[in-house]
Ligand binder design. Sequence first.
Ligand SMILES: [Zn+2]
Ligand SMILES: [Zn+2]
Length: 341
Amino acid sequence: MPAAVYLGDGDIAVRELDVPDLEPDQVLVEVSHCGICGTDLHLVLERYARPNSVLGHEWAGTIAAVGADVHGWEIGARVVQNPTPGCGECRACRRGRSSVCLRREPPDLLAWTSGAFCRYKVVPSARLLRVPDGLTTRAAALTEPTAIAIHTVNLSGVTADDRVLVTGAGPVGLLTTAVLKARGIDDVTVSEPAPRRRERARAVGAARVITPDELARPPMGRPVPEPYTTAFECSGNAAAAEAAFDHLDYAGTLVFVGTGHDMPRINHNRAIVLELSIIAAYNYDIEGFGPALELLASGKLPLDALIEPDDVLLDDLLDTMHRLAAGELPGKVMVRPETRS
Ligand SMILES: [Zn+2]
Ligand SMILES: [Zn+2]
């Protein structure tokens, strides 16, 4: 099968790999589409990935073969893979935070040996979720990042009364904005330097878009004239995080969502005087991917604005990663695991 293999030194090439062997409790899935995530960009362009790995974790596909012990699934079923459930008993699970279950294997953040930038994947049948009828398999590849956006919004405790700032209008910021809008949170301002991304932020539901220089330095020890109650930092940019924090109102909350290389400097005096909170969101709610599939199928998300219109073949993955890192493509790019020849 064709696969986009990370070779090392920031390079990717298409290689022929064996179709993975199927265990009795697994199904073989033919990947329909796999989205390119910011994590993939970090792993490849900043060269953290392990050579010979296949990246890509935002996929949806169709069952192509079923293991001997699998019941309730048939060839042709359209599926995504639910995250692992927590133990249900540890402190994190008891707080409804199963995705950071204390008894799970410590995450190996570089263990991407069997991603989905390839034609076939094996998946344990216990983890399968069916794609609802009203949702295309292509759009279902947005399930994983949508689940993250839902988790982010839920953790923040944001309500329709809140005045929200989103910093960064790449795929993460756009999805967060779209989920906020779908939840009835209308007062959302998006700060983003790239004009094309600002335009897209409006298309997915931002009430107002601004450039980062419109977030002026705050007065000492009190809020700016029009402060935000909640800020979602989706850019991974240190200056954006500092500005988002500085623009919070009394008792405001900053939510870290975007990872980045440079670390922000947070004014702890300001945090104390204004009684600010800083939280962070990494993965999923206890319900897994079900609510994301439901929201995607509901028609409440502007899928055409969230997903770039042109799909990419495996041959063009690396070029596209560079274009994404340069901010040329605001939405989620879907890879179709095929080659040009
Ligand atoms: Zn991701
Ligand atoms: Zn647990």
